[in-house]
Design a protein around this ligand. Structure first.
Ligand code: TZP
Ligand code: MG
Length: 230
């Protein structure tokens, strides 16, 4: 995989809790969502033990490889190393970027969460491959979320990235994004002509959907219309 060619348009972050997944099978949900147009998947699982996480990541990797989309693991760098997936996503309270890079090597994708201009610039300087910006809107999916920054907060970060010479780092936003608000969020977040978002990251809009393939198709259409060219 050439990490400079990753498509961040519709970024699926998984959740295995009954409140969001219901009684569905996670691997089937991911497969349907990827069929519908999801372009990158992050396996996020805050509850399973290591062995279960490794098993699940392997099953997801079998699906994502079949469709040629990258699989990242949230937080658990050791799990990503063990299964050999395409990379990780780390937050501000997780393993430091430098340590993750040492464990993963130069070719893997490391994404970093940023909620402020300072965090975004620091992640860029460290060498992050992409940024997850948010939280855009409060969401029941992540109750401990630090800062709700709205589309205007995203726009400030994009402006600062551009001014600091980091206009080319891919960015997605996360938090309360769904098919109803995706187009508006993309437009309102944009700091075009300097810098716009590359895509949207969602949990419940896909994982809780009755028809994840249709939901992914719908989100992709919204991204295609809402994304502002730089
Ligand atoms: N990080 C910030 S908000 C969030 C994460 C993982 C959860 C987003 O979930 P949803 O269901 O798309 O609002
Ligand atoms: Mg984390």
């Amino acid at each position: 995989m050439d990490k400079s060619k990753v498509d961040y348009s519709v970024y699926l972050v998984t959740d295995s809790t009954p409140a969001i997944l219901g009684t569905k099978d996670l691997v089937r949900v991911v497969e349907a969502a990827v069929r519908g147009g999801v372009s990158i998947v992050q396996y996020r699982d805050k509850h399973s033990d290591r062995q279960t996480a490794v098993q699940t990541a392997r099953k997801l990797l079998e699906v994502t490889r079949r469709f040629g989309v990258p699989l990242l693991v949230n937080d658990r760098v050791d799990v990503a190393v063990e299964v050999g997936c395409e990379g990780v996503h780390i937050g501000q309270d997780d393993m430091a970027y430098e340590e993750a890079r040492k464990l993963l090597g130069p070719d893997k994708i490391i994404g970093v969460t940023a909620s402020s201009v300072d965090e975004a610039l620091a992640a860029c300087k460290a060498g992050a491959d992409y940024l997850g910006l948010g939280t855009v809107y409060a969401t029941p999916t992540k109750k401990d979320t630090k800062s709700i920054i709205g589309p205007s907060g995203i726009r400030s970060i994009l402006q600062a990235l551009s001014s600091a010479g980091h206009a080319s780092i891919p960015t997605v936003c996360i938090g309360g994004i769904n098919a109803r608000n995706a187009t508006a969020v993309l437009l309102e977040s944009s700091a075009a002509p300097q810098k716009s978002l590359d895509g949207i990251a969602v949990v419940s809009a896909l994982v809780a959907a009755d028809d994840p393939a249709a939901a992914a198709r719908d989100l992709l259409a919204k991204v295609v219309t809402g994304r502002v060219p730089d």
